[in-house]
Design a protein around this ligand. Structure first.
Ligand SMILES: NC(=O)c1ccc[n+]([C@@H]2O[C@H](COP(=O)([O-])OP(=O)(O)OC[C@H]3O[C@@H](n4cnc5c(N)ncnc54)[C@H](OP(=O)(O)O)[C@@H]3O)[C@@H](O)[C@H]2O)c1
Length: 322
């Protein structure tokens, strides 16, 4: 099969190469997915480069642990291991696993669910890791409820495009922060208000929010806290700066300060799980969530796709069609 091999850490165009390799062996609880689409995100770019260094124990210390790149997946079941009970050959599925930038991927049964009717493989592949991060930030960390005012910083991106829709689905009044060219896109996701971060600060006019989902940029904690209600909740999802921790210090400071102030300052470390994947699938079926597919690339261009998402500035989720 064709697969995108990741045999050393480095820039995507040097560290990744499309090559012919054996289809993966199938364990008892695994499903062989004929991959139709994979999505890529900044996390794939970081993993390709082996950054931040503190993540090396999970990526592989000297060389990548996983020889084939790719995490999110959507496709068609081609074979099932003897212990698999939920899927049959021919089912359309989506989920997450390793080695999904390939024609076939062996994925544990517990990391897949059926693809909702009416969406494409590309849309389904956009959901798993970014959708889970957004759901866990909005529902679990911020506990957004009816009528809450929520500021989503980085609203036009892979995680933000889900966070805006999920916050709306929970009844929030959503303000999305994005650059000028993405403001209409963020409104179309359902945001009630938008802030253009190229011309405006987040708390101008004394505006405060019940929750801030901070996905992009590198705003100081004091700037974020000024825009938060006295008893509001900040959820730091993304950060930038430095190859060692990549902004992790801001998240550490936020959680250290939080017990001593009225506001709740927290950092998200998301993990996809089956319950959340099924929740997201139900939201898609109910019409309250529509994955926003941005740039789409063929498998041979996966290194370029990962380079592009590493640079940021995309719109919605970047997808690789296989
Ligand atoms: N904590 C976790 O568990 C977790 C999980 C997933 C992702 N993440 C992290 O979350 C971050 C975002 O991931 P993503 O996939 O959504 O990235 P993305 O698709 O690149 O989206 C980020 C968006 O942020 C916007 N942006 C850039 N600079 C900004 C600024 N100064 N203020 C406001 N918005 C700005 C950009 O849109 P505009 O051009 O419109 O500004 C961009 O589209 C990454 O750092 C990623 O590593 C963390």
């Amino acid at each position: 099969m064709q697969a995108v091999l990741h045999e050393a850490f480095g820039a995507p165009t040097e560290a990744l190469r499309l090559a012919e390799t054996d289809a993966p062996p199938l364990d008892d609880h695994e499903v062989l997915v004929g991959v139709r689409a994979t999505s890529v995100a900044r996390g794939d770019w970081l993993m390709t480069k082996g950054l931040p260094y503190i993540a090396r124990p999970s990526y592989g210390l000297r060389n990548p642990k996983h020889r084939i790149a790719g995490l999110d997946v959507a496709g068609v079941v081609r074979a099932v291991g003897p212990e698999v009970s939920r899927f049959r050959v021919g089912d359309e599925v989506f989920g997450w696993g390793h080695g999904t930038l390939a024609e076939y991927a062996a994925i544990p049964e517990a990391q897949l669910t059926r693809t909702p009717a009416g969406i494409t493989h590309e849309q389904a592949a956009a959901i798993p890791t970014s959708g889970a991060a957004a759901l866990q930030a909005v529902r679990d960390k911020a506990a957004i409820g009816q009528g809450d005012s929520v500021l989503v910083i980085g609203a036009s991106g892979g995680v933000g495009s889900f966070a805006v829709q999920i916050a709306k689905a929970h009844g929030a009044e959503v303000t999305g922060v994005a650059s000028t060219r993405n403001l209409d896109f963020v409104r179309a996701l359902g945001a009630d208000h938008v802030i253009d971060h190229t011309t405006e600060g987040i708390g101008e006019g004394g505006r405060r929010y019940r929750a801030i989902i901070d996905i992009a940029g590198n705003r100081s904690l004091s700037e974020l806290r000024r825009a938060l209600d006295p008893d509001g909740t900040l959820v730091i999802v993304g950060g930038s700066g430095g190859n060692i921790t990549m902004g992790f210090g801001r998240a550490v400071r936020a959680t250290a300060v939080s017990p001593f102030i009225g506001q709740t300052l927290s950092a998200l470390i998301s993990e996809p799980n089956l319950d959340d994947l099924e929740t997201l699938a139900r939201m898609v079926e109910a019409g309250s969530l529509a994955p926003a597919v941005g740039a789409t690339y063929p498998l041979a261009d996966a290194p370029r796709a990962i380079t592009d998402v590493g640079g940021g500035g995309g719109r919605g989720k970047a997808v690789v069609a296989v």
